[in-house]
Design a protein around this ligand. Structure first.
Ligand SMILES: O=P(O)(O)OC[C@H](O)CO
Length: 424
């Protein structure tokens, strides 16, 4: 009987695996914390499906109250106009939020050009390098290298010792392309990566072109292996099992890797490598935020606001940081987690690298984020073009040219769909 008196509202999330289990814990814990609301959570299995299914559900009027949207879905949500701005939602439902407590590079990703936050920061990350210290120590590389030149040298030495997989990559655009550009302070697109307008055009930075060609050469040389879930074993698993000695992935995976790593694996994390002669710029904020969607009954918004107030509590931020590799999203959260000695505990060692990487410079036009529409599809293009290049179906230069041309078609279609509308 009690359950019937509660107001139900729905949340679709995209995280899966161990991170999806943590999302479920949030749902359970919120429901156990009060009697007024019941959050009903649905795992959509990936960020892109959470976004695509939400867009489809809108058309049928069956969208959830709230959805988890990844960094690069922000522009689609913003232009759709189908959301209740976070500030408005919270103030209308009687909550006061200390908005300026959010780490500014996190908050700004989800804010209008005037600084009004539209969605709620929840699980924030950045990309890092995971490093098998044991394997690389055997070839004299004591620390995670800073540069690609050092990575190449160490990988070659490891290969010479008979190691089958010195470096693993997959076809995820985020850590391999988008973050590469950010830390080298290179644009992904004109119009300040889209912040300046929907007429942005995608670009392939010459240094990325050189890098992508290097990756092909290193693959031919046996320094790089492709590891995708479709191929049977993804990056994280190959690394945790000690098969591949270096990979780049989200800091979000840190806890899951620690829990699944084979017993004697000695590993650490470092910042993404740079090419020599470049100054490091901050890496981009990744992960996702929570958007509350228009067109649901008012009572559901009371529930959503209560949930958002719940996850913003310091102990809930602590829960996220302890059970996943995500970073704290508030300044006070970061300070108290640091002061508690969290980063000195053996299982958390190296995790502060993500914060260092995010905060190493003030965000530039190239590193504050992306405001490009249809980016789910652009990432799929990247994956297809890389697959074609690494399997020898086309040259890397051809693949990059095709990626650029097709991406610009998607961007023009987005611009056309939202003709006359502007970024908030
Ligand atoms: O794996 P996550 O949650 O850190 O997210 C990585 C990227 O930002 C997804 O777009």
């Amino acid at each position: 009987a009690e359950a019937q008196t509660r107001t139900r509202f729905t949340w679709w999330y995209g995280l899966s695996g161990q991170l999806g289990e943590v999302m479920e814990s949030y749902c359970k814990n919120f429901n156990a914390s009060q009697n007024e609301f019941e959050i009903v959570c649905t795992n959509q299995n990936s960020y892109d499906r959470a976004l695509q299914n939400t867009i489809a559900a809108f058309r049928a009027g069956e969208h959830p109250t709230m959805v988890q949207v990844y960094d690069v879905g922000t522009t689609d949500l913003m232009l759709s106009g189908q959301y209740l701005p976070a500030r408005q939602l919270m103030s209308e439902n009687g909550y006061s939020v200390q908005w300026d407590n959010y780490i500014s590079s996190v908050g700004n990703y989800y804010a209008t050009s005037k600084g009004e936050m539209l969605s709620f920061p929840f699980n924030s990350s950045t990309a890092v390098m995971y490093w098998n210290a044991g394997a690389y120590r055997a070839v004299g590389q004591e620390k995670p290298p800073e540069t690609w030149e050092e990575v190449e040298k160490a990988a070659r030495a490891l290969k010479a010792q008979g190691h089958a997989c010195p470096i693993a990559i997959d076809f995820d655009s985020w850590q391999h392309w988008e973050q590469f550009n950010a830390i080298h302070n290179l644009p992904m697109a004109t119009q300040q990566n889209g912040f300046g307008g929907l007429n942005a055009e995608l670009q392939i930075a010459p240094l990325f072109r050189r890098h992508a060609n290097n990756l092909i050469a290193w693959q031919k040389e046996g320094l790089i292996q492709i590891r995708t879930p479709q191929g049977g074993r993804g990056l994280a698993d190959s690394f945790a099992q000690g098969e591949c000695a270096m990979m780049m992935a989200s800091i979000a995976n840190h806890v899951a890797i620690g829990r699944t790593a084979k017993a004697d694996l000695q590993w650490s994390v470092g910042m993404l490598p740079l090419y020599a002669g470049h100054n490091r710029t901050n890496s981009m904020v990744g992960g996702a935020s929570l958007w509350v969607l228009k067109g649901r009954p008012a009572a559901e918004y009371k529930g959503a606001a209560a949930f958002l107030a719940f996850i913003a509590k310091p102990e809930q931020e602590q829960f996220m940081v302890s059970n996943t590799g995500y970073i704290p999203v508030t300044r006070t959260g970061f300070e108290s987690i640091k002061a508690s000695g969290f980063y000195d505990q053996p299982q958390n060692r190296g995790r502060e690298v993500a914060m260092t990487s995010l905060l190493v410079t003030e965000p530039t036009e190239n590193s504050r984020g992306l405001r490009l529409g249809n980016f789910t599809q652009i990432r799929a293009l990247y994956a297809n073009e890389m697959a074609a290049a690494f399997s020898g179906q086309k040259t890397m230069d051809q693949a990059l040219n095709d990626l650029q041309a097709e991406s610009n078609r998607l961007l023009r279609r987005f611009e056309q769909t939202y003709r006359g509308r502007q970024l908030p």
